[in-house]
Every structure is written in C-alpha cells, then in structure tokens.
Ligand binder design. Structure first.
Ligand SMILES: Cc1cc2nc3c(=O)[nH]c(=O)nc-3n(C[C@H](O)[C@H](O)[C@H](O)COP(=O)(O)OP(=O)(O)OC[C@H]3O[C@@H](n4cnc5c(N)ncnc54)[C@H](O)[C@@H]3O)c2cc1C
Length: 360
C-alpha cells in the first residue's frame, strides 16, 4: 500500500474502506487463541498509528476531537482491534511526551509509528488494580545505573506480541517510575494470556519481572509521586474509554435500525437510542475541545450505561438467534461488560453499583 492510502483526516473515504475490512473480520476474533495481527498491520498501513504522535516523530498529530472521531469509527467496526490500539497508543504517547529522555524517542518512535514494532502498557497497578494490597505489585529498587524491577504487572494487553511495555513501578519511598521495558531483558516473564468473557483476542495477561535490571536509558518519567498524573493529556486519555463504549453502542444501534426497517416495534426504541448516542458523541467532542460538559467520570458513566443498554436491546431484538454463538449481538453484549471493569474510576464503579441497586 502506498502513502496515499494513509488516512490524513477522519473524513477521508479511506477510513470507510478500513472500517469495512475491520468489521468483516471482527467475528473471527471470537475464536480461541485469535489475535488481530492482520487487522493491526492493516491499521499500520492506513497510518492509524500516526494519528496520535507529534509531527516531529513522523506522526500526524491529530487533534483530540479528530482522534475521538477516528476511534468512534474503528470501535464500531471492531472493539478488540481498537482496544489494542489504545494500549499501543498509550505506550507511544508516554514515550513521545516524556520530558526526561529525548534519545529514547528517536530510538523507539519511528518503528512504533510505522507499525513495525508493537508496544503496550502495564500501568493499571498504579491506578486501578491491586490498590488495596499493602505491597506494590511491582517494586523498583534504584541501582547505580538504573533500577531493579521485581513483582508483577497484572494486566498487559498483547503481551505475547510486545517488543516493549511501558511499565510502572513503585519505589520503597512511594515514588513511582515509568520505564520502556524491552520484553527480551533477562528476568521478564510473559505469562499465558487470561481466558476472558470478551475481547479474548486482546491476548491480555500478567507480566512478571524477576529482579530485572533495567538501565537509566529506558527511564521515561520519575522517580516522582503519582507518575500517571505527570504530563500527557490526562483528560483526552480519560475520554478514550468512553469513546470506545460509544463506538460499541453505535454498532448495536445500527443493527437495531436495520431490524427496525422490517419490524415496526423496534423503530421507536432504536430512534431513542440513536438520539442518546448522538448527544453522547457531541458531549465527547465538546469535552475534547475543552468545553464544560461534565467531568470525564460523568461522561464515562453515561457511555457505560448506553453501551450496556444498546447492546442488550440489540440482543433482545435478535431474540434466540442472537444468543447463538457467532451472532454479533451476543458478542456486543459480552463486550459491553468490559466497560464495567476497564480502567474504571472508583467513582464510576460506585455510581454503577448504586444504580444497579436502585439506590439514590
Ligand atoms: C481485558 C482487559 C485488558 C486490560 N488491559 C490492560 C493493559 O493493557 N494495561 C493495563 O495497565 N491495564 C489493563 N487492564 C486493567 C484494567 O484497566 C483495570 O486495572 C482492572 O480491570 C482492574 O481490575 P482488578 O481485578 O485488577 O482490580 P483489583 O482492585 O485488584 O481487584 C481484584 C480483586 O480484589 C478484591 N478487592 C478489590 N478491592 C478491594 C478492597 N478495597 N478491599 C479488599 N479486596 C478488594 C476483589 O475481590 C477483586 O475481585 C485490563 C483489564 C482487562 C479486563
């Protein structure tokens, strides 16, 4: 594919071409041991990995609003592939935006931007996972030339395919670091991926570090307090999970609209859901432009709620046929549950629990 195939703007017709191909291949990702290698390579060819990276490093530096428009289209077509892209993008942005280590950008970014190498993140143990435990999941011990990492990062998407992992670790004094960990360093052990109820093809699992010596040349940020709050557009990062939930809801609503053409009872619910979807997307785009449309947590709660309701409506409309393995409505309903747990802030979790329990 030549350079003209790159999607330069979210309005490009080539985005339609890419999403059609991703949607067609989405069902096969429900097979055991699947991995969307072909889909990810295709996204590389269409220049998707360039959307998120500054121009100085070969990226296209799309605005936050354009990234939301792009993600909405991709996630409607294939949530698994798009989710993996978010983890890869998280790693690239952490490398590109770090203010401590300029040489690592030149060394790593060209191959990541072109799609030649695959990077992912292992950071949830600093934010939403294992936070109730007395000991940090992954410890960092300073040495003369870098750090020794010891412990485990419990969730790393695409770990068997990763050339490097942007990994968080905690020092004994509570400060934290982020490193770009090459997976071929001695002592790095990638466990078998977990069997999940949806998105299994994301090949997510734990990565252990058995006293891994990592040199300062791989250090991205720190040691500092709360390393995840440093730099890199925290707000837009927070919006991407909600955007993917909206994309999934969009797929389910489209299905309802198609069914509604033959079945009059479906028309009113699908219209109402489409209206809510449009208002959610407008709010996400406004938030990306810095307008005051509520907090990231409020938007996330709305997006989760719509993804759950729209996918269950699609399943109900598909009836028994939707409950048979292979029907997209069943897959979407399982995938929507992911948003209850993926990078879910405590306040959103609390709000969901109260809503499920019908508490004020
Ligand atoms: C498919 C998938 C892919 C993911 N990919 C990535 C990735 O690529 N990179 C990344 O960094 N993260 C990733 N995550 C992690 C994700 O963002 C969240 O951090 C994760 O879902 C949090 O769940 P946990 O079970 O680890 O939470 P925990 O808080 O560790 O909860 C685990 C268990 O501990 C118990 N528990 C929880 N809280 C308490 C408490 N206060 N007191 C006592 N017991 C408690 C409960 O029994 C709970 O079931 C992924 C998650 C999923 C599901």
């Amino acid at each position: 594919m030549d350079d003209n195939a790159q999607i330069i703007r979210p309005q490009d017709r080539r985005l339609d071409e890419l999403v059609d191909q991703l949607a067609e291949m989405a069902p096969e990702l429900d097979m055991p041991d699947a991995w969307p290698g072909h889909q990810l390579a295709l996204c590389g060819e269409y220049g998707v990995y360039r959307w998120f990276v500054p121009k100085a490093y070969g990226g296209l530096e799309w605005s936050d609003a354009d990234i939301i428009r792009g993600y909405l289209r991709l996630s409607e077509a294939c949530l698994t592939t798009t989710f993996i892209i978010t983890q890869r993008m998280g790693a690239c942005r952490r490398i590109a935006m770090n203010e401590q280590n300029e040489p690592i950008k030149q060394r790593l970014l060209p191959d990541l931007v072109s799609g030649q190498r695959f990077a992912t993140v292992g950071i949830s143990h600093l934010t939403t996972s294992r936070r109730h435990l007395a000991q940090p999941a992954l410890r960092a011990e300073p040495t003369e030339h870098g750090f020794v990492l010891d412990g485990q990062s419990p969730w790393v998407t695409g770990s068997p395919y990763a050339d490097l992992i942007v990994m968080g670790a905690t020092l004994d004094d509570g400060r934290q670091i982020l490193v770009a960990l090459p997976t071929d360093l001695a002592g790095v052990e990638v466990a078998d991926p977990l069997r999940l109820i949806g998105l299994s093809a994301s090949q997510t699992g734990p990565v252990a570090c058995h006293r891994v010596h990592i040199a300062n040349e791989y250090l991205l940020v720190g040691p500092v307090e709360a390393v995840m709050k440093q730099g890199v557009g925290a707000r837009s990062g927070g919006l991407q999970t909600s955007t993917l939930a909206a994309g999934l809801a969009g797929a389910a609503i489209k299905f309802l609209e198609t069914e509604g053409q033959q079945r009059s009872e479906i028309a009113a619910p699908s219209e109402a859901l489409r209206d809510q979807w449009q208002r959610l997307c407008d709010a996400l785009l406004a938030a990306a432009a810095g307008e005051p449309v509520g907090t990231n947590e409020e938007l996330r709660h709305r997006a989760n709620d719509l993804a759950l309701r729209a996918t269950q409506a699609a399943l109900a409309a598909a009836k028994g046929a939707g409950y048979v393995t292979g029907h997209p409505a069943g897959r979407w309903a399982r995938e929507a549950l992911f948003f209850l747990v993926w990078s879910c802030p405590q306040s959103v979790l609390n709000a969901s629990l109260c809503e499920f329990a019908e508490l004020e």
